[in-house]
Design a binder for this molecule. Structure first.
Ligand code: NAP
Length: 473
């Protein structure tokens, strides 16, 4: 059963106003979801605020066990969930299944973290008191998620919030709300008390989010999405000095040094570029390849990309699905067309197919280092390669961006790869790997890619306040 109503205070709430959710592989309507108006937005906040005092006091073990149960349900229902993700997002089933397993792991990880929030008991150096440090849940949190990982971006926020004892209002992207509603259903069945997680789908998002951020009961904002919207929300959050976590855009460099194993680098490039059809903040966006190996790399990458089977997400054997919408697909096509006008050379793909679906084919290009496509997050299956003369040039070009989420480095020498990694202005570096996201590791960016970290030991602290108590003994 596909959930399409709002989830408020433990109940499914229909509204008269509905909004279509499309399958981007053929533009058919999957279902129409309830649209939250001011009344429903207020009800969600009321529910979260009312549930908070009790939930904050629930034993951490009990909160953890609810998350653990939700993890188990997600794993048991992974195929159905993956089909839903594939239908509303367009990604192929294998990517969608991978996302569900990754998403479920956030519930498992934070079920374990719930009971491991440490405090401190210390002697003040002056000897006049003891220093006690404890942590308390920050309170009602607003969680806003994007369309590209509708399951994982939701669980990466809900998991630590619930583990910490916070109550939340989740606002998923309007292209992909069904997965979040399905996750709310799982949490409900796992025994989460009413009001702890509420899901609303207002459209347009702006006025409803502003309404929530202006309310003194909202204490925390966790946002994943574009840098443009993130900046807007940071300004709004500043008015009430609301705590924020920001996971924003990326423009990841993928560096191949002259001593790299090129077959390995191509295999890593295929993962870093094509996972999720390239619609990942971690997607390799700019390939900087040493002159000595550039031809071999481009030839082998072109060959590997040419074998990719593009088809609607649920087609047997499909490796590349549709983009989330025609609008997003056309953005990719426009970037490639402008890049070609600036001198970019296409070695594979590079043209929109005809037909109804939001498809864009695997594309490989070589461009000069000043081509404008290198400044944009492509969010599609387009690999753009630039030839470099030295490690220093690769480092300089890789860092020449306002973003700093992740970098990829391929080299046959670990010391050389680590030296380049240390020079990368990014929150994460993958050495000789095409994927490093892991619920047990801190995920987040430098520069305009964000503030704070999700996952790992840091994730729960985005939902906790630190309190120091001084006492004479
Ligand atoms: P987006 O346009 O910024 O939207 C993200 C979310 O913000 C959606 O729920 C959207 O709601 C909402 N939103 C849009 N305008 C808003 C406003 N004025 N006020 C409040 N909320 C607003 O991003 P997207 O296109 O969905 O996602 C792609 C972006 O996310 C890329 O830049 C990608 O790099 C980034 N991303 C980052 C990470 C990370 O961890 N760093 C992970 C995944 C994705 P509506 O759908 O209703 O408009």
């Amino acid at each position: 059963m596909i959930r399409s109503d709002l989830y408020i205070n433990g109940e499914w709430v229909p509204t008269a106003k509905r909004h279509p959710v499309y399958d981007p592989s053929d533009n058919s309507v999957i279902t129409e979801i309830a649209v939250a108006g001011d009344k429903e937005v207020d009800a969600a906040l009321e529910a979260a605020a009312a549930a908070f005092p009790t939930f904050a006091k629930m034993p951490a073990r009990a909160r953890g066990e609810i998350l653990r149960k939700a993890f188990e349900i997600m794993i048991a229902e992974a195929d159905d969930l993956a089909r839903l993700v594939s239908r509303e997002n367009g990604k192929v089933f294998s990517d969608a299944k991978g996302e569900i397993l990754y998403a479920a792991e956030f519930f498992r990880w934070f079920s374990e973290e719930a009971v491991r929030v440490n405090g401190e008991f210390r002697h003040a150096p002056s000897g006049d008191k003891r220093i006690l440090v404890t942590h308390q849940p920050v309170g009602v949190s607003l969680l806003i998620t994007p369309w590209n990982f509708p399951a994982a971006m939701a669980t990466r926020k809900i998991g630590p919030a619930v583990a910490a004892g916070c109550t939340v209002i989740v606002k998923p992207a309007m292209e992909t709300p069904l997965t979040t509603l399905a996750i709310a259903d799982i949490l409900h069945r796992a025994g989460l008390p009413a009001g702890v997680v509420n899901v609303i789908t207002p459209t347009p998002a702006g006025p409803a989010v502003t309404r929530l951020l202006e309310d003194p009961r909202v204490k925390n904002l966790s946002f994943t999405g574009s840098t443009q919207v993130g900046k807007l929300l940071l300004k709004q959050a500043a008015d009430r000095v609301i705590r924020t976590s920001m996971e924003l855009g990326g423009n990841a460099p993928f560096i191949v040094l002259d001593d790299a194993n090129i077959d390995d680098a191509v295999a890593g490039a295929m993962l870093a570029k094509l996972r999720n059809g390239g619609a990942a903040c971690t997607a390799a966006n700019r390939f900087y390849v040493s002159k000595k190996v550039a031809k071999e790399f481009v030839d082998k990458l072109t060959e590997a990309m040419s074998k990719i089977k593009m088809a609607s997400g649920l087609t047997e054997g499909a490796q590349l699905g549709a983009s989330v919408s025609i609008k997003e697909r056309d953005k990719i096509a426009d970037l490639v067309d402008s890049s070609v006008k600036q001198g970019g050379k296409v070695t594979l793909g590079g043209a929109k197919p005809t037909g109804d679906g939001a498809f864009y084919p695997p594309t490989v290009m070589t461009v000069a280092a000043d081509n404008d496509i290198l400044k944009e997050e492509i969010f599609g299956p387009v690999a753009v390669v630039v030839t470099v003369d030295s490690d220093e040039e690769a480092i300089r070009l890789a860092n020449d961006t306002d973003y700093g989420l992740i970098s990829y480095v391929y080299s046959g020498a670990l010391d050389r790869a680590i030296r380049v990694s240390e020079a990368m202005e990014s929150g994460m570096v993958a050495i000789n790997r095409g994927v490093i996201s892991d619920p047990a590791a801190p995920f987040g960016g430098y520069k305009e890619s964000g503030l704070g970290r999700e996952g790992g030991f840091d994730g729960i602290h985005e939902f906790l306040e630190k309190k120091y108590i001084g006492v004479t003994i």
